[in-house]
Design a protein around this ligand. Structure first.
Ligand code: SF4
Length: 372
C-alpha cells in the first residue's frame, strides 16, 4: 500500500478535518519532521490523541529517500538522486554561489554565500525538448506536492537553502495543482522561504501562465524561450506547436500587467541553430517592450548522442552585446556548474538508466560518502 507524505498538505488537512482535528497542527508536524526526518510519526509531540492512529495508518514522514549525492570537483554543486516510493528517481541540484564575488560600480558587492535548490516536478517530461536529457525519457508520472517538498527537506539536511528554482525534471505548469500546493508549503511555516526567492520555469503553458497572477502572484516566472521565432522554437521544442509564440507573448504581456513582475527569459545557445547575430536582433525586437532579464545558457551536451553543439564563446558574447547595447535588455550568461557530475537537467537519471540497462556499475557515490 502506498502511503502519503505528511508534506502532501491538502491530503493531510482533509484527513484531519474529517476526523475533527484542527489543521493548525499540520505545520507543527512539518517542523518536527524537518528537524527529525528519520522519525516515527508517533514521536511527534503534543498532538491530539486521535491524530496518531490516523497519521500512522495513512502517512509517512518522508516517502522518498536520498539514494545518492554527488559533489562537483569544485564543490559548488551537489546533485541529489532521490528515490520515490514507486521506484522511480528524480534529481534535485544544490548550487552554491557567493554574491560578494566581483565588484559592482567599482565597489565590493554586498550579500554572501547562497544556496539555491533546483527541484523536479515530474518524473520525465512530455515536452520533449530536443536539447534536454529529461526530454529523451518521455513522461512517467507527476510528483505529489509532498514529493516536491521532500526534495527541499533532503537538501536542507546538507545546507541551508535560500532559493528554490523549478528547473529540474518536468514541466512544472503541467503539474499545476501540486506545484501551487508545494510552493504554499515552502513559503509557510516552518520553511518560510520568501516567494521572491522562488522561480518557476516553463516552456510557456499559456493557460497555466494565465492563472499564475491569482495563485502565485509574487513568485518569479522564467520562460524557456530558446528561439526568437516560431519556426526555430518548433524545431527544437516540439511542444511549442501547441503554444504559438505570438499567443505566448500576449499571455506574458497580460501576466506582466497583472503582477508588475519582471520575467526571466531562458535562452539556450545552440551552435548554428539560434545563436547568430540576426537571432539576437529578432529576440531584442520581440522583448523590447517587456521588463525582462535574458539568461543565455551555454548548451550542455547530452552524451555523445546529442545533435547540437555548444555555441562559441564569441557568439555568446556578441549575442549578449546586441541585446544589451542595441535593445537595452539586461542579459546575463549562465555560469556553467557541475559539468563533471552530469549537471544538466535529467542527465543523472538518464545516465543511471543507461548504466542499469548496460549492467554497468553505478557512477554515484553513496550517501555515506557525503561530506556534510
Ligand atoms: S527542458 Fe524542461 S520542459 Fe523541455 S523536456 Fe526538458 S524538462 Fe521538459
Amino acid at each position: 500500500m502506498a502511503f502519503r507524505s505528511v508534506f502532501d498538505g491538502g491530503a493531510l488537512r482533509t484527513e484531519f478535518e474529517s476526523a475533527g482535528i484542527s489543521p493548525h497542527f499540520v505545520p507543527l508536524i512539518w517542523k518536527y519532521v524537518l528537524h527529525n526526518p528519520g522519525c516515527d510519526l508517533s514521536d511527534v509531540p503534543s498532538l491530539p490523541s486521535a491524530a496518531y492512529p490516523l497519521l500512522i495508518s495513512k502517512f509517512r514522514p518522508l516517502t522518498s529517500f536520498l539514494s545518492s549525492a554527488l559533489d562537483s570537483n569544485d564543490r559548488l554543486t551537489t546533485k541529489l538522486l532521490i528515490r520515490l516510493q514507486n521506484g522511480n528517481s528524480v534529481e534535485a541540484v544544490i548550487m552554491r554561489y557567493d554574491t560578494r564575488q566581483g565588484k559592482y560600480d567599482g565597489k565590493p558587492r554586498s550579500g554572501g554565500p547562497r544556496s539555491t535548490l533546483c527541484v523536479s516536478s515530474q518524473v520525465g517530461c512530455k515536452m520533449g525538448c530536443k536539447f534536454c536529457a529529461t526530454g529523451t525519457m518521455g513522461f512517467k508520472n507527476n510528483l505529489s506536492s509532498g514529493e516536491i517538498v521532500e526534495q527541499l527537506v533532503h537538501a536542507s539536511r546538507i545546507t541551508h537553502i535560500r532559493n528554490v528554482v523549478f528547473m529540474g525534471m518536468g514541466e512544472p505548469l503541467n503539474n499545476y495543482a501540486a506545484l501551487v500546493e508545494a510552493i504554499q508549503i515552502m513559503t509557510g511555516f516552518p520553511f518560510q522561504l520568501s516567494p521572491k526567492k522562488i522561480t518557476v520555469s516553463t516552456v510557456g503553458i499559456i493557460h497555466a501562465i494565465n492563472k499564475l497572477p491569482i495563485d502565485l502572484p509574487t513568485v518569479n516566472l522564467a520562460v524557456s524561450l530558446h528561439a526568437p521565432d516560431q519556426d526555430i522554437r518548433c524545431q527544437i521544442m516540439p511542444a511549442a506547436r501547441a503554444f504559438p509564440l505570438g499567443k505566448l507573448m500576449d499571455a506574458l504581456q497580460t501576466y506582466q500587467k497583472n503582477t508588475q513582475q519582471k520575467v526571466f527569459v531562458e535562452y539556450i545557445m545552440l551552435d548554428g541553430v539560434n545563436d547568430h547575430e540576426q537571432h539576437a536582433h529578432q529576440l531584442g525586437k520581440l522583448l523590447v517592450t517587456f521588463k525582462v532579464v535574458v539568461n543565455l545558457i551555454p548548451f550542455n551536451p547530452i552524451g555523445n548522442s546529442s545533435c547540437f553543439r555548444t555555441s562559441s564563446e564569441e557568439n555568446v558574447r556578441t549575442f549578449q552585446k546586441v541585446l544589451r547595447g542595441v535593445y537595452n535588455i539586461r542579459t546575463t550568461i549562465r555560469q556553467e556548474m557541475g559539468q563533471d557530475i552530469s549537471g544538466a537537467c535529467g542527465q543523472l537519471v538518464v545516465n543511471l538508466a543507461e548504466q542499469r540497462s548496460a549492467g554497468g556499475a553505478s557512477i554515484l557515490k553513496d550517501i555515506e560518502d557525503l561530506h556534510i
